[in-house]
Design a protein around this ligand. Sequence first.
Ligand code: TRP
Length: 331
Amino acid sequence: MSEENKKIVFSGIQPTGGFTLGNYLGAIRNWGPLQNEYDCIYSIVDLHSLTVRQDPATLRRQIRESAAMLLACGVDPEKSILFIQGDVHQHAELSWILSCYTQFGELSRMTQFKDKSKKHPENVNGGLFTYPVLMAADILLYQTDLVPIGADQKQHLELSRDIAIRFNGIYGDVFTIPEGYFPKVAARIMSLQDPTAKMSKSDANENAKIMLTDDGDAIIRKFKRAVTDSGSEVRAADDKPGVTNLMSIYSAVTGKSFEEIEREFEGKGYGEFKIAVGESVRDTLMPIQEKYRTYLADKDQLNAVLKSGAEHASYIATKTLRKVRRKIGLD
Ligand code: TRP
């Protein structure tokens, strides 16, 4: 990281369940380019994953796989800090402190909490409820200016801001007030089987999602099976959500505009279009997968990157936490 006064970017991603094409096109793909403009801190938020019961061996493996995949997607540890949240204990400590400055009512209004507790009524644990406070701690520990997030995390970021403003109001300027960062071309990728729902890693239907680790044949097969709409014209429209989603993917991957895509496939059917989309995605993911395998195979290098990332993160986090402890009377 540079010594210049660049803005600080922080983002986090959960390691569980692998990454989808939606995660890639909507978020991870931007993490590389952001490094050239900002001081970026990227975290694999393993503690957040504990809100859902995890198999220990699987979680352990997925944390490392996530790190290798982020490197393969362009996160450069020479330019940015890449670390595992649970390696930096300050996150849990600040989270507890901030939870005492967050109201039950505020957390009760979080739509993600309401959705998830409805979906999994058998495990509505305290961590699920205080999830946004841990996220606030992630962000505020690093005096973050900008937080790249998808629309579904806007409410959580808003809460982080409210907590920071409240804390600063009592104790003076302790935290930088973070802002959302929404990339100009934020592709929101929908399920291949139900284009009205977001592509989700937890979808039980394998055909609904493209995983970044899917092999070439699987990618083509899934696109061939993708749900399209009535008619046969490749054209973006509200009543053609399936085709529009495929066009978004093709556009995000090739850089072609919707008009260009419509022209390219004029007079051709959905079949030909779906194969072209599949091939473009396959050709994008194959080189990433090759790098991914290399990073994953070199255990020592991966360990070294994550250790150094945690040390850097911890250094910055300690400074903020010290200030907080002094302000509230713990030190
Ligand atoms: N809650 C975020 C998500 O599920 C992940 C996350 C955790 C995060 N901490 C963060 C994102 C801090 C941005 C900043 O997408």
